[in-house]
Design a binder for this molecule. Structure first.
Ligand SMILES: C[S@@+](CC[C@H](N)C(=O)[O-])C[C@H]1O[C@@H](n2cnc3c(N)ncnc32)[C@H](O)[C@@H]1O
Length: 488
């Protein structure tokens, strides 16, 4: 079997999540892959080999970080060399890629594809178009047309068709990732056949801007999709978000076919009766709800329900088994971290007050939240299935060996999203690897319990650091206000 060589072009954002998302999709569909070049975060592309185009289409059908995938015909460091390589490819009847190895570490290898790849797209009955993409440099339409014309030696016999052609050819020039330091000539050039686009459009389809019901801590569409991918959500799965809020994570999971359940302590949030999030909106509309969101996206049939419940208390049947848990627990910054309880000793309630009693709440320390979450996941996840959750921390205190852990759960991915100069959060993905479920006591070294105090009080910070912290908060607030304005 001839393995086919592809260029995967990524969006240059959430770079730290690229590998974790890809690895999840590869294992979800059992896709074998060879990395022709070691992936590097400084480059928005990977060169890989897989046994069939169908595999590449499957990957692209899930990945929100991939922009597009190209069957590679030629790759070079200069324009003239690329044309020379493509001309050589037209004569390459070996059935193999030819590699011009470059031993200088600055320069990657050049590739020349087997001629059959080019020939299969050139017949008179195949309409085509050529698309140009230049990364980090803008070109006028005329300049792009001039670039296209340099490929006129390709033996393309079909007609040019700009809308829905049979074959789309892609020419990509990479000028680096630093917009302040763009070279005259590109670093890397690629030519090939477009195979598939990733799921970037889904970010707009599921955007919070157009969503019927959102809350102050709604997770954005792109990160929600990444979470669903890392949880390897598939059709027919049963998924729970135990800190569901406005249900953003359920939206992404339902899109990929899961049946979704949620729970949250906040009655007002689950009934969409909290203060409106969009600026200028005085009251919540009657039709705002998580169910209405599902309806908006055509996934209502996947929505099971949400329940008001305190996660620190057991309320699920012990035989409930879940295919995935994805969640964003409260950090105590934009929402309180609370559980039902009372600090007074020997508290009792009289019969007459029982009916209308609203339980009081006490703080729910982050270390307890993560301990409860991992114990719950170990108990209720199917073997081999995943918990995907965010974990906040103070950047300078981060230590990998202090991440929440459980003997039944293996940490399989850990990607960072920087929130500010001082703080960040990590998307942790755990896979259930054992079934003998001990209830793990709270880890006294659990590294998160002081996150909130550090965030608000600055802990051991100097006056200057506190001032910087304040400036950051003002900047975050200003950004939030701008976002709110955009949302209205
Ligand atoms: C970061 S928000 C989740 C936001 C959600 N992902 C969304 O997209 O809207 C955390 C949620 O945890 C809930 N929460 C706080 N303490 C809780 C508890 N003890 N039990 C269950 N939910 C709790 C809060 O009400 C809040 O809605």
């Amino acid at each position: 079997m001839m393995w086919r060589r592809y260029l995967m072009w990524f969006a240059q954002e959430h770079v730290d999540f690229r590998h974790a998302e890809m690895q999840s999709i590869l294992t979800l569909y059992n896709i074998p892959i060879k990395y022709v070049e070691k992936p590097c975060i400084k480059k928005p592309y990977w060169i890989v080999e897989v046994p069939s185009e169908e595999f590449i289409k499957k990957i692209a059908s899930r990945s929100v970080l991939i922009k597009n995938c190209i069957e590679l015909w030629g790759r070079a460091k200069t324009e003239s060399q690329l044309h020379e390589n493509l001309r050589s490819a037209m004569k390459n009847d070996t059935g193999q890629w030819i590699v011009n190895e470059r031993h200088n570490t600055e320069i990657s290898d050049e590739y020349i594809c087997p001629s059959e790849l080019i020939q299969s797209c050139c017949s008179a009955d195949k309409s085509f178009k050529v698309e140009i993409e230049t990364f980090c440099k803008h070109f006028s339409m005329q300049e792009k047309v001039n670039k296209i014309e340099t490929f006129s030696y390709l033996p393309l016999e079909g007609t040019v068709k700009l809308k829905n052609p049979d074959v789309t050819l892609a020419y990509l020039e990479f000028y680096g990732v630093d917009p302040n330091n763009v070279p005259d000539k590109p670093y890397d050039l690629f030519f090939g056949k477009w195979v598939a686009d990733g799921q970037r459009d889904l970010i707009h389809v599921l955007s919070l801007k157009k969503r019927q019901f959102i809350g102050n801590t709604s997770m954005d569409a792109q990160l929600s999709i990444i979470m669903a991918n890392q949880a390897k959500v598939k059709t027919g799965d049963l998924l729970l978000d135990p800190f569901v809020g406005s249900g953003s994570l359920l939206v992404a999971a339902a899109h990929f076919g899961a049946y979704v359940l949620g729970s949250d302590i906040d009655f007002m949030m689950l009934h969409a009766r909290t203060r409106p999030t969009r600026v200028g909106q005085k009251e919540r509309h009657k039709d705002e709800s998580i169910r209405a969101n599902m309806k908006q996206y055509g996934t209502e049939s996947r929505y099971l329900d949400v329940v008001v419940s305190d996660f620190s208390l057991p309320n699920w049947h012990e035989r409930l088994t879940l295919d995935a848990i994805i969640t964003d627990p409260p950090y105590g910054v934009r929402e309180p971290t609370e559980k039902i309880g009372i600090e007074r000793d020997n508290y009792s309630l009289s019969e007459e007050h029982l009916v209308n009693h609203v339980p009081s709440k006490v703080g729910y320390e982050l270390a307890h939240i993560y301990s409860d979450l991992l114990n719950f996941a170990a108990r209720h996840l199917e073997m081999g299935r995943r918990l995907v959750c965010w974990y906040p921390f103070v950047r300078e205190e981060y230590q990998e060996d202090q991440l929440p852990s459980h003997p039944c759960l293996q940490l399989v991915a850990n990607s960072e999203q920087v929130l500010s100069k001082l703080t960040a959060r990590r998307l942790l993905t755990y896979e259930k690897i054992h079934d003998e479920v001990p209830n793990m006591p709270l880890d006294p070294n659990g590294g998160v319990h002081n996150f909130r105090e550090k965030y608000f009080c600055g802990g051991e910070q100097t006056r200057r650091e506190r001032k910087e912290r304040r400036a950051e908060e003002l900047a975050i607030n200003a950004a939030n206000r701008a976002l709110k304005l955009k949302l209205t």
